[in-house]
Design a protein around this ligand. Structure first.
Ligand code: FAD
Length: 465
């Protein structure tokens, strides 16, 4: 047998939840060990947020090169070397994962490669191909993330791909079918459509990007169509036949069976938590529905020295949520009173145009019985948006009637992903529409859209009637 290694806090999984938790725990003076069975950076850095944004950005460059005639620019012989695009993507990923490794080392965190398994509530066993090591710990943070759901009629194969496979294609496919018009399907479908792939998105619900307001998803749908993509809603994917070089996807719309042939089918119908092979029962950690780990406001499970964060717990599966919870868990272990509060958590889709939302939508607020007003300002009335040739979209500000407290905002438009930060801050800081309207925003910037929406809320906008 091996001698157990003692540590204060052991973190399982080095994704955006785990590595952030480990760093914060080290900052707070704990002896920290982090265990990762795959690659440091987790899903987000390796096969999620970052590589997808690299492909989306490259797709935009390509599209701009082809379609800037209205700005007086035409280019001939624009070529696409997709293997170079993939190289660019991999370089970005490697820089970031290398950076995280450096941060772990710089914070004197012991990084261990291998798969962790609970023996009891104070002991973990870590195994790699050749060896095993036991660790005893005072506290553990479970940050093992999630993996794509597989549906029985679409077993993953050479041409039936999950998001990881979809991000790693070596050659640009001529055609793809995407099952699932959620944010991952829409983002990746959109990226390939930008490169010229013929894309068909099959969505079971009435609309793609369910959860965002219809006016917002409608803009995305229109742009997908402009890129030559087809979006089929209320479509039930039934099955797939695969040959050496193509797939035929069968689906049903309005009771009629249809089929499409394509090079690949991407299955993007959701993810499930990695909680089934962790030995949680040996540690006594209870699971909730769908394998989610139940936690309190300090990310503590039912076992008082074991915490859980990120995609394995309830809430939207987003990297910034995982990191936020990681800091809370590390601080809770150090005896701080930190608690989770999702009031100002943003949700962003890197579609075309980008969509972003924070706090309440008008509908949600009304459903909760709040008296609210919604104020809208279009990108088309903003000088910066026009000069960027990005005049599609709007910002909607949701305020409480009476005092004008900002309780939510939704943005559809270029750079919505960055613009939403100001609205999150406004909500966190308890600001009113007047506070936003009185804040001097540089001209000409997209930020002025926020200021002007606040003026709309106050009834005195300058740039619209
Ligand atoms: P993960 O990132 O999943 O990391 C968990 C880690 O734990 C993994 O590295 C895994 O190998 C390791 N692990 C699992 N079990 C064990 C074990 N037993 N022992 C040791 N190690 C183990 N989110 C956003 O906020 N913005 C985006 O733009 C965005 N884009 C996305 C695009 C795609 C295509 C996908 C798939 C996801 C995207 N996400 C995005 C979601 C985001 O990636 C996740 O929410 C985030 O990675 C969750 O972080 P985590 O730390 O909980 O887990």
């Amino acid at each position: 047998g091996d001698f157990p290694i003692e540590t204060d806090t052991i973190v399982i999984g080095a994704g955006p939840g785990g590595y952030v938790a480990a760093i914060r725990a080290a900052q707070l003076g704990q002896k920290v060990t982090i265990v990762e069975k795959g690659t440091v950076g987790g899903v987000c850095l390796n096969v999620g947020c970052i590589p997808s944004k690299a492909l989306i950005a490259a797709g935009h460059r390509y599209e701009n090169a082809l379609h800037s005639a209205d700005m007086g620019i035409t280019a001939e012989n624009v070529t696409l070397d997709f293997s170079k695009v993939q190289e660019f993507k991999s370089n970005v990923v490697n820089k970031l994962t290398g950076g995280v490794k450096g941060l772990l080392k710089g914070n004197k965190i012991d990084s261990v490669s291998g798969e962790a398994y609970f023996v009891d509530a104070n002991t973990l066993r870590v195994m790699d191909e050749t060896s095993a090591q036991t660790y005893t710990f005072k506290n553990a943070i479970i940050a093992t993330g999630s993996r794509p759901i597989e549906i029985p009629a679409f077993k993953y194969s050479k041409r039936v791909l999950d998001s990881t496979g979809a991000l790693a294609l070596k050659e640009l496919p001529k055609s793809i079918v995407v099952i699932g018009g959620g944010y991952i399907g829409t983002e990746l479908g959109g990226a390939y459509a930008s490169f010229g792939t013929k894309v068909t998105i099959l969505e079971g619900a009435d609309e793609i990007l369910n959860g965002f307001e219809k006016q917002m998803s409608a803009l995305v749908k229109r742009n997908l169509k402009k890129k030559g993509a087809e979006v089929i809603t209320k479509a039930l994917a039934k099955g797939v036949e695969e040959t050496e070089d193509s797939v035929t996807v069968k689906y049903e719309v309005k009771g009629e069976e249809q089929q499409i042939e394509a090079d690949y089918v991407f299955v993007m119908v959701g993810r499930k938590p990695n909680t089934d092979e962790l030995g949680l029962e040996q540690a006594g950690v209870e699971l909730g529905e769908r394998g989610i780990i139940k936690i309190d406001k300090q990310c503590r499970t039912n076992i008082s020295n074991i915490y859980a964060i990120g995609d394995v717990v309830e809430g939207p599966p987003l990297a910034h949520k995982a990191s936020y919870e990681g800091k809370i868990a590390a601080e809770a272990i150090a005896g701080h009173t930190s608690e989770i509060d999702y009031l100002g958590i943003p949700a962003v889709v890197f579609s075309d145009p980008e969509l972003a939302s924070v706090g309440y939508t008008e509908k949600q607020a009304k459903e909760e019985g709040l008296e609210v007003a919604a104020a809208k300002f279009p990108f088309a009335a903003n000088g910066r948006a026009l000069s960027l040739n990005e005049s599609d979209g709007f910002l909607k500000l949701v305020t409480r009637k009476g005092d004008g407290l900002v309780i939510g905002a939704q943005i559809a438009g270029s750079n919505a992903s960055d613009m939403i930060a100001e609205l999150g801050l406004a909500i966190e800081a308890g600001m009113t529409a007047e506070d936003l309207a009185m804040t001097i925003h540089a001209h000409p910037t997209l930020g002025e859209i926020t200021m002007e929406a606040a003026e709309v809320a106050l009834g005195n906008p300058i740039h619209i009637i």
